[in-house]
Design a protein around this ligand. Sequence first.
Ligand code: SF4
Length: 381
Amino acid sequence: MPIVKSISAIPESLTGFSEDELEGLLRVMGEPGYRARQVRQWIYHGLAESFNEMSDLPLALRERLAKEARLHSLTNMREVTGKDSTVKTAFRLAGGNVVEASLMSYRRDSGAPRYTACISTQVGCAIGCPFCATGQQGFERNLTTGEIVDQVLHFARCLRKVTGENERSPTGRSLSNIVFMGMGEPLANYDAVWKAIEILNSPGGFGLGARNLTISTAGLVPQIKRLAGEKLQVGLAVSLHASENRLRNRLVPINRKYPLEELIPACREYSRVSGRRPSFEYVLFRGINDSLAQARSLAELLRGMTCHVNLIPANATGDASFRPPPRESIVAFALELKRLGINATVRQARGQDIDAGCGQLRRRIPAGEKTRHRQDKMMGE
Ligand code: SF4
């Protein structure tokens, strides 16, 4: 835990503070340790948007916090809702960068709705997958822990307004899953992402079960090994998209550094050490990776591993070189995997009418609008 000498020494919003760090900060301000519990209760259970809402804190403390600390780190810039109820939000960060996140709704077996938030971890992405809008924008910077946590809190607040959930009780929340599959490579921002996971999982924080949190990766082998040794059993989703190196080098360029001969054993090791079943994301592109021969090659690659394959038809509104296969090819690919003993499901692409593909909404915000926000910030807005 960093030694907090003064409240203004830390530019991070309070949503990026661990329990111990927040307690340290409040002690520096001359407050008793239990104040940290009260503040966290307001942030994660009360979903407070301002210090002013924290009614059991002394007024003088609320005023001082409002003056010297930042509660949250994001400004909601644009929000669109798709025909399938997927909500996509573009957020402005301090400094003017823009990231996006989405909220997808599903039905439980009981018919009750449940929601999954898809969260960004970087501004842009250095991996450079050619089919991905974010990959084409290049890498700008890592998100801080607070900026990651705040995306989740934003959607939790939206849902509270819609569902009227009991604000003090995180249990039974309809926001039941968080996937780190938005903009960026989460494992390239490991420390900030892991700290966000600890905050989101902590009973004194957001209180979501580790199994309801999933980190995706394009295949950073050293970080997958590190993840295997972590205490919290979060899910791992590996973006595979090809079963042989030549094609994967093209679709997921990090494969040149960590080829399949290293990636797949790391995933087997992750499964063995963590006892968790990794999932493999396989976006199906027409005429590129959707043949039955490629399904057989994929089955061979994953043979003997306890895992799950998510087949995702390419986004129909994305780059014209990367189109989804016809429905019958998708079904045939899935059936071939199942015939060869691989657990596979076809996941429908969500929010296609609202540019829910990673990085698409941000790309459509005019450059002038992004620049203007940067200028506003420089002028002390
Ligand atoms: S698909 Fe994921 S890893 Fe690849 S460029 Fe896009 S954000 Fe990065």
